[in-house]
Design a protein around this ligand. Structure first.
Ligand code: UT7
Length: 320
């Protein structure tokens, strides 16, 4: 058996922040942000949280799939911006949707999180361990951002995307995934420092730190490489792929991947103009948009590819 996506949903905060709005917060402008990233606006959480957006996206995905939450046997939430250290976000979703029969845990792989979650579910389903899963990518990046750092604060946004996945005869064909901890320091966000009665430490909230250019170079090199590895591994030709659904970090990265792969830009859908980089949520939000617009038909072959902190990256080939 293999993992098939049978329903999708997404949820973003109501509050929209344009590039113009940000130019009143830090020294930046729409021209710089648009030309370097493609981003025009992003959603920023106020009332919303990682759990509330996860629950809202999950309910929509369950409705789209026509799935009774009690039939779920697994919930995975990919996030690097949870509301709690514990309980994990997935347990909060389990409680909210009434998935009493599911085991629930979070997975941390930053912007590759949804993809790694999908691959984890695939492994469980292939082994016959679980049959019906809910996978969510959810982030409140706005709480990790240094709002005085113009190099990063213009890039990210908040949101959640979800997919209901069930074990079927056809669905995921294969996947590749990689990590390189040696390059970890180029993109970090520290959690709490060690601090206790023996070794007290002044706690300072840390923020996202990114060396943009190494991350950019990593993405434009590794994404085409891993997609090619996946095509070779499965004996699939580029012509068979209808869409490449890439992590929505930067339109220049996506354009460059298309160019390196000698594939038309139309095969690389984008919505980062409206949401910025929502980390683990970007792939499922885009997938939900494509699903609801009717862009995907049964039997279509698509490739999902994520890349980000860790460093982590990979790709999955699916039949819709
Ligand atoms: O999901 C995780 C993956 N993350 C990514 O994919 C991010 C990958 N990296 C990138 O997308 C790009 O590196 C950025 C969009 C982050 C930056 O673009 P860049 O072309 O690499 O710019 P840069 O960092 O080299 O900065 C160029 C200039 C600098 O000024 P000087 O030193 O040349 O005078 C920056 O200070 O642009 C300046 N700058 C800004 N100017 C206006 C940096 N941020 C801004 C800003 N507004 N927001």
């Amino acid at each position: 058996m293999t993992a098939r996506i049978v329903g999708t949903g997404s949820s973003v905060p109501v509050h929209k922040v344009t590039n113009e709005d940000l130019s009143r917060v830090v020294e930046t402008n729409d021209e710089w942000i648009s030309s370097r990233t493609g981003i025009k606006e992003r959603r920023i959480a106020g009332e919303e949280s990682t759990v509330s957006m996860s629950v809202s996206a999950a309910k929509k995905a369950l409705e789209d799939a026509g799935t009774d939450p009690q039939d779920l046997d697994l919930i995975i939430v990919a996030t690097c911006s949870p509301d709690y250290f514990f309980p994990n976000t997935a347990c909060c979703v389990q409680e909210a949707v009434g998935a009493v029969n599911a085991v629930a845990f979070d997975l941390s792989a930053a912007c590759s999180g949804f993809l790694f979650g999908l691959n984890t579910i695939q492994a469980y389903m292939k082994a016959g361990i679980y049959k019906k899963a809910l996978l969510i990518g959810a982030e409140t990046m706005s709480k990790l951002i240094d709002w005085e750092d113009r190099g990063t604060c213009v890039l990210f946004g908040d949101g959640a995307g979800a997919a209901v996945i069930q074990a079927e005869e056809t669905g995921m064909i294969d996947m590749v995934q990689y990590s390189d901890g040696q390059q970890g320091p180029v993109l970090t966000c520290k959690a709490r420092e060690t601090s206790n009665f023996l070794f007290p430490n002044e706690q300072k909230a840390d923020h996202i730190y990114m060396e943009g250019q190494p991350v950019f170079k990593f993405a434009v090199k590794k994404v085409p490489e891993c997609i090619k590895a996946l095509l070779d591994k499965t004996g699939t030709s580029k012509e068979e792929i209808k869409y490449y659904v890439l992590h929505q970090a930067n339109s220049r990265i996506i354009d460059s991947v298309a160019k390196r792969m000698k594939e038309p830009e139309e095969k690389f859908p984008m919505n980062l103009h409206f949401y910025g980089n929502t980390s683990a949520a970007s792939i499922p939000i885009l997938l939900d948009e494509m699903n609801r617009k009717g862009m995907l038909e049964k039997g279509d072959k698509i490739i999902l590819s994520g890349f980000g902190a860790g460093l982590t990256w990979g790709a999955s080939l699916l039949e819709w």
